[in-house]
Write a protein that binds this ligand. Structure first.
Ligand SMILES: Cc1ncc(C[n+]2csc(CCOP(=O)(O)OP(=O)(O)O)c2C)c(N)n1
Length: 282
């Protein structure tokens, strides 16, 4: 194994996800991302909540914690602030499922955006509570949209919500397209400030409807500088710095067209620690 080989970031535990689970693709993308960014193992900290997706930290050879359901964000922000105040260079990730981050843990999202602590938050969205055997989650499709769904309530839209909260970096990837996901994860981790990535990660046991085929067949990959045609016929040159375009992209329903790539990237701005430092100096 060469130095910084992706395998260096994986421990000896064999994942116990179901064969075909999207989380395998994500784990592999994450190890490749760390390897390509050449981040030493001891400079990585990953906090997760509870769920199948949250098990990811157990397979990594980094610092980390498989925390409490819904609490990956407070743990990771605390870790990053503590490290920064001690002058330590620590790359911090918060990872959770759609149940974890957008149900029990939802209240942390807008405030993490406001604080703008430099962490990457990654949601593994399989549209269901998989670990507890298939209850509806906030992103489960509405019964009227896919007949096989048992959700009586319309879903939340994580990308629209996160952009509305003011997230400075917003992207979406697909767990089955590992090389593309690596590019997104690298951009999210190197963005200075809070970043949010939604990863569509299929659940082979409980997700209803053939979403993975839908997501693959109807998607559009966003490439900076290339033309995107919106479902309403409008044509735009993709510029992740253009918030008007980002608003249009997140308003397109996932069932209509999933967009993969960097949706929005704001210029870097002050975070919580810089604000505290300023106050202390004045
Ligand atoms: C406080 C608390 N409430 C409920 C649970 C039960 N529980 C464990 S995982 C989970 C949902 C996981 O769903 P998600 O975050 O979408 O992850 P997935 O398993 O689908 O990857 C729930 C409700 C718990 N562990 N702790």
């Amino acid at each position: 194994m060469t130095e910084c080989d992706p395998k260096c970031y994986l421990n000896e535990l064999k994942p116990i996800w179901c064969p075909g689970c999207g989380d395998y693709g994500f784990l592999s993308a994450l190890a490749r991302t760390f390897s390509e960014l050449k981040i030493p193992n001891h400079k990585l900290f990953v906090a997760t909540g509870i769920g199948c997706s949250s098990r990811v930290v157990g397979y990594l050879k980094t610092y980390g914690i498989n925390g409490i359901h819904g609490r990956a964000l407070p743990i990771s922000q605390g870790a990053k602030l503590a490290a920064e105040s001690l002058g330590l260079d620590l790359t911090v990730l918060a990872i959770g499922g759609d149940g974890d981050l957008f149900s029990i843990g939802t209240e942390h999202l807008p405030h993490a955006v406001r604080r703008n602590v430099d962490i990457a938050c990654i949601m593994l969205d399989n549209q269901v509570y998989a670990m507890t055997k298939g209850q509806t989650s906030p992103t489960t499709p509405y019964k009227e949209d896919i007949l096989t769904s048992h959700s009586l309530n319309p879903p939340v839209d994580p990308l629209l919500d996160m952009l509305t909260f003011g997230t400075g970096f917003l992207a979406q990837g697909l767990a089955t397209n590992v090389p593309h996901l690596v590019g997104i994860l690298k951009a999210a981790i190197t963005y200075k400030g809070f970043s949010f990535v939604n990863v569509q990660s299929q659940c082979v046991s409980f997700q209803e409807g053939d979403w993975i085929s839908h997501l693959k067949q109807n998607c559009c990959y966003l490439k900076e500088g290339e033309i995107i045609e919106l479902p309403n016929g409008e044509k735009w040159l993709h510029d992740p710095g253009n918030k008007d375009l980002a608003r249009k992209l997140v308003e397109v329903a996932l069932k209509e067209r999933p967009y993969y790539g960097i949706i929005y990237r704001a210029p870097e701005r002050e975070g919580y620690l810089e604000r505290i430092r300023k106050i202390n100096q004045s």
